[in-house]
Design a protein around this ligand. Structure first.
Ligand code: XMP
Length: 547
C-alpha cells in the first residue's frame, strides 16, 4: 500500500472490480480484498494493508442472502477501524443487519433501471440529481439488482432515498458516516454514480485525490528498486503493451540488471519476432535476447486439442525456458511478468478470490507451484486502459501502447483442434490480411452517420477504432466452388471487438464493404480456405479468444 486509500471488501459481486475502477478513475487509490481474508484475520492486520492509510471502506454487493449459515457478515474488525463505510447492495444489507436493522428475503425484487427520490437532505446526495419532480424533489436514475431489501433501519440511521418499488433505497448514519445504497453507483446506468462515489471518497472520507499514473510509476520504480537491490531480473518480453510497459519500468528501476527474453514460440503473428527485436534492441540498458523455441512448442502441442491443456503446456514451457535462461545468466533471482488485472481475475488467481475460473491466462495459470524465481508483477492491479495510460506517461510510442493485445499462448489458442505448422502459417497469412485492411481503411462520415462508431474516430483507421481484431482457424471443412472446381476446405472466423477493459466486450460494427473485402481477400489469397465467417458474439456470454 502506498498512499491513503479506500479499502473495498469483495463479497463476491461481479461488479466489485468496477467499483475499484470508478474510485481510481476519480483519482482515489483503492484496493480490493476478499471478505475471506478479513474473516481469517480477526483484526485485519494484513501485511500488505497499512491500516492507518485507510480513509474509508466500501462493502461490495454479493450473491448471498443475509442471515443464511454460509452468508458472510460484516466483520467487527472493519467497524473498529472507525472510518466511513459505504455498503452497496448486499454490502448495505450486512451493514444494516449488523447494526440492528432488519433485512427481508425476496421483498421488493428489482432488476434494472429505477428512479429514486432523494430524502432527508443527506450529505451524500446533497445537490446530486438527474431531474426534479413537480414538488421540487431530486430524482436520480439508478441501476438496481437485488432480491432482498432492508425493511427496518438500524438505530441512528435515516432514510435518504426511496423508489416506488423499494422503500429503503439508501440509508445513512451521518454522525458515524455510515451509508448504504441498495442500488449500484458503479454501474454506468446509474448516471450520477461516479458523483456519489466521489462525494463519499472526497467529502465523507477526506481521502486524497492523488492517484494518477505518474505517481503509480514512480512508486512502482521505488518499490522494485528496494525489493530487488542488486539482483538480476529476467523479463519475458512479448512485444505487447503489457510487457513493454514492464520493461520500461524495470529499465528505470534496475537498468543493466535487466535481462529481457523474447521467446519465438512459432505461434506468433507474421514477422512478429523480427519486429519486436528491432523495437527493443539497443533501447534498454540491459540485455535483450531472442530464443528460437518453435520446435519445442510444436512438439509439446502435438496431438493436443483441449484448450486448457494447450494453455498449461505453453505456460509451462515459457517458465522452463525462463528458468533455464536464469541459470545460464547466473545470479537471477526475479522473474518479471506483464500480468494485468483481468488475467488475475479470470484465472481466479487473486488471494482469497471467490470468483470462478474462466480460463488459465498463461501469465498466471501456467506457473509451477514451486517456482525457483521470485515474481515481480508491477501491473497486476491495473486494467488494460490503465496500463496504456501508464505506457503513455512513461513515454512509449503510440504504436506500441495502442497495439491490439496478443495472448501469451499465441496462435495455439486461435487454432481450434490440433496445432500444426501448416495451420499456423495459414492463420498468420489471414491475420496479416485482416490487420492490414483494418489499418488501411479509415472511418468516414458515412460510418459515423450510420452509428457504426463514435465520431471521435472520424479519420482514424478501423484498427485504431477497435480494441482487438484477429482470426481463428476452425477445423471445419465445407464445400465451395472456385473457378469451375468444387473445393472442400477449411474455415476462418474473423473476430473484431470493442472494449475498455477486456472484461466485457461488444462486437465491432464494421462497414459491410470492409467485411466483404476481408472475406474475399482471405479466401482469394490464403490457400486451403474457402469460407470466412464473422463472429458476432459479445463477451459475456462468449469470451474474446475462442479458447
Ligand atoms: P478472454 O478470451 O479471456 O480475453 O475474454 C481477454 C483478453 O485477454 C487476452 N488473453 C490473454 N493474454 N495471456 C495473455 O497475456 C493469456 O493466456 C491470455 N488469454 C487471453 C485476450 O487476447 C483478450 O485481450
Amino acid at each position: 500500500m502506498i498512499s491513503p486509500y479506500i479499502l473495498i471488501i469483495d463479497y463476491g459481486s461481479q461488479l466489485t472490480q468496477l467499483v475499484a475502477r470508478r474510485v481510481r478513475d476519480l483519482g482515489f487509490y483503492s484496493e480490493v480484498i476478499s471478505f475471506t481474508v478479513v474473516e481469517k484475520h480477526s483484526s485485519i492486520n494484513l501485511k500488505s494493508t497499512k491500516l492507518s492509510l485507510i480513509r474509508g471502506i466500501i462493502l461490495s454487493g454479493g450473491p448471498n442472502t443475509v442471515g443464511e449459515n454460509t452468508s458472510p457478515c460484516l466483520e467487527d474488525s472493519l467497524l473498529r477501524l472507525n472510518v466511513p463505510i459505504l455498503g452497496i447492495c448486499y454490502g448495505m444489507q450486512i451493514l444494516a443487519d449488523k447494526l440492528g436493522g432488519t433485512v427481508s428475503y425476496g421483498k421488493n425484487r428489482e432488476f434494472g433501471k429505477a428512479l429514486i427520490r432523494a430524502r432527508g437532505h443527506s450529505k451524500l446526495f446533497r445537490g446530486i440529481q438527474d431531474y426534479t419532480n413537480d414538488e421540487g424533489h431530486g430524482l436520480m436514475e439508478v441501476w438496481m439488482s437485488h432480491g432482498d431489501s432492508v425493511t427496518k433501519l438500524p438505530p441512528g440511521f435515516k432514510l435518504i432515498a426511496s423508489s416506488s418499488d423499494c422503500e429503503v433505497a439508501a440509508i445513512g448514519n451521518e454522525e458515524k458516516n455510515f451509508y448504504g445504497l441498495q442500488f449500484h453507483p458503479e454501474a454506468s446506468h446509474t448516471k450520477k454514480g461516479s458523483v456519489i462515489l466521489e462525494r463519499f471518497c472526497k467529502e465523507v472520507c477526506n481521502c486524497e485525490q492523488s492517484w494518477n499514473m505518474k505517481n503509480y510509476a514512480s512508486l512502482q520504480i521505488k518499490k522494485i528498486k528496494n525489493e530487488v537491490g542488486s539482483d538480476k531480473v529476467l523479463l519475458g518480453l512479448s512485444g505487447g503493451v503489457d510487457s513493454a510497459v514492464v520493461a520500461k519500468i524495470l529499465d528505470e528501476a534496475v537498468g543493466s540488471q535487466l535481462i529481457c527474453i523474447f521467446v519465438d514460440t512459432g505461434l506468433l503473428r507474421m514477422n512478429e519476432a523480427s519486429d519486436v527485436m528491432s523495437v527493443f534492441s539497443g533501447r534498454l540498458k540491459g540485455i535483450v535476447k531472442k530464443i528460437d523455441a518453435s520446435k519445442l512448442f510444436f512438439n509439446a502441442l502435438k496431438g493436443i486439442t483441449d484448450p486448457e491443456e494447450k494453455r498449461k503446456i505453453v505456460g509451462k514451457l515459457f517458465i522452463e525456458i525462463f528458468e533455464k535462461e536464469a541459470c545460464n545468466f547466473g545470479d537471477v533471482k526475479w522473474l518479471a511478468q506483464g500480468t494485468i488485472y483481468p488475467d488475475v481475475v479470470e484465472s481466479a488467481g487473486n488471494i482469497g478470490s471467490v470468483a470462478k475460473k474462466i480460463k488459465s491466462h498463461h501469465n498466471v495459470g501456467g506457473l509451477p507451484d514451486r517456482l525457483s524465481l521470485k515474481l515481480l508483477e508491477p501491473l497486476r492491479d491495473l486494467f488494460k486502459d490503465e496500463v496504456r495510460r501508464l505506457g503513455t506517461t512513461l513515454g512509449l510510442e503510440h504504436q506500441l501502447v495502442f497495439r491490439h493485445p496478443f495472448p501469451g499462448p499465441g496462435l495455439s489458442i486461435r487454432i481450434l483442434g490440433e496445432v500444426t505448422e501448416e495451420r499456423v502459417n495459414l492463420l498468420q497469412h489471414a491475420d496479416q490480411i485482416l490487420i492490414n485492411l483494418l489499418k488501411n481503411t479509415a472511418v468516414d462520415e458515412k460510418d459515423i452517420a450510420q452509428g457504426l462508431t463514435s465520431s471521435v474516430n472520424l479519420g482514424r483507421s478501423w484498427y485504431d477504432s477497435t480494441s482487438q481484431a484477429f482470426v481463428v482457424f476452425l477445423p471445419v471443412k465445407s464445400v465451395g466452388v472456385q473457378g469451375d472446381n468444387r473445393t472442400y476446405q477449411w474455415t476462418i472466423a474473423v473476430r473484431v471487438v470493442e472494449t475498455n477493459d477486456f472484461m466485457t466486450a461488444n462486437i465491432a460494427r464494421l462497414p459491410f464493404t470492409l467485411v466483404e473485402n476481408i472475406s474475399s481477400e482471405i479466401i482469394n489469397k490464403v490457400e486451403n480456405i474457402n469460407r470466412v465467417v464473422f463472429d458476432i458474439s459479445n463477451k459475456p456470454p462468449a469470451t474474446i479468444e475462442w479458447e
